[in-house]
Design a protein around this ligand. Structure first.
Ligand code: SF4
Length: 277
């Protein structure tokens, strides 16, 4: 079997930074350490952090000792203020690209613009962005929702950083057609863009695609959806142990890519196992 490994598989800059920040705190013995929410969407990395004594905070307590890390997705400004008020030392590992979207929203909200976020309203990054946008924020995740949208006055459109580019273009074009007073900011991060483009290219050259990543990772699922949309058989796995070897043996050329929160060691295990088939 020939294996084609994507150049942009695995940790993106923001995830790497968040994991390195947390591991740096562990290495310097600066505990107790907690992350506010799971640091990244990868169960194997989370188990590794747990073994190092890093706790996951689901809610903000009144009082907190030690260090709390804000993950790459960021948080609404009120939550950051509450974390600081709890007495803990706050290490903000919000990805700089997410901070840029937060800054755009903040600036235009102050100028009286409403915000439309194209993204998944249940995703932590979008929750954080909504906190910057205030009451006039609307989250749109489909063309049907764009048709039902109501807007009055000036507004901006931004994107969740991991949105599918083609979907973002279709939805934003329709919103601007209906409400021409908007200003568009394509805030999809390059890392996502390159990873998705590479999947589209790979799908032309392979018989099947393996996407490695957490089952609850939105950007991982999106890679699988893109390949599915192009008619290529896709296998989404968290680890090499989930590979169906009997089925995979039928393919002569298989592509491998991975979501932004998949560590290199898991990608290598997948490639090694495929290589042994
Ligand atoms: S996908 Fe992009 S925006 Fe999101 S954490 Fe990674 S580098 Fe940052």
């Amino acid at each position: 079997m020939e294996i084609v490994l994507a150049k942009h598989a695995g940790f993106c800059m923001g995830v790497r930074r968040a994991v390195e920040t947390t591991m740096g705190l562990v290495d310097h013995g600066r505990g107790p350490i907690a992350t506010f929410g799971p640091l990244i969407h990868n169960p194997q990395v989370l188990q590794m952090l747990e073994r190092q004594g890093v706790r996951v905070l689901r809610e903000i307590p009144q009082q907190l000792a030690g260090i709390v890390v804000i993950r790459a997705h960021g948080v609404p400004p009120e939550q950051k203020a509450q974390l600081e008020a709890s007495g803990a030392t706050v290490e903000d590992a919000t990805c700089p690209r997410v901070m840029k979207v937060q800054a755009i929203i903040d600036r235009y909200r102050k100028e009286g613009c409403a915000t439309v976020i194209i993204g998944d309203r249940d995703h932590a990054e979008v929750t954080g962005l909504m906190g910057y946008a205030g009451d006039t924020c609307q989250v749109i995740s489909s063309l049907a929702e764009a048709e039902a949208l109501e807007l009055a006055g000036p507004y901006i459109i931004v994107s969740q950083t991991t949105q599918d580019e083609a979907m973002f273009e279709r939805i934003s074009a329709r919103i601007l057609e209906r409400f021409p007073r908007g200003r568009l900011f394509n805030t999809i991060c390059d890392s996502t863009h390159k990873r998705q483009e590479e999947v589209r290219e790979m799908c032309r050259a392979v018989e099947a695609l393996i996407v490695v990543g957490g089952k609850n990772s939105a950007n991982t699922k999106r890679l699988a959806e893109i390949a599915e949309g192009l008619g290529v058989p896709v296998f989404l796995v968290e680890t090499a142990a989930e590979l169906d070897q009997a089925i995979l043996r039928r393919f002569a050329r298989v592509g491998v890519t991975a979501g932004a929160s998949t560590p290199t060691w898991i990608i290598e295990q997948v490639v090694d196992l495929l290589g042994s088939l």
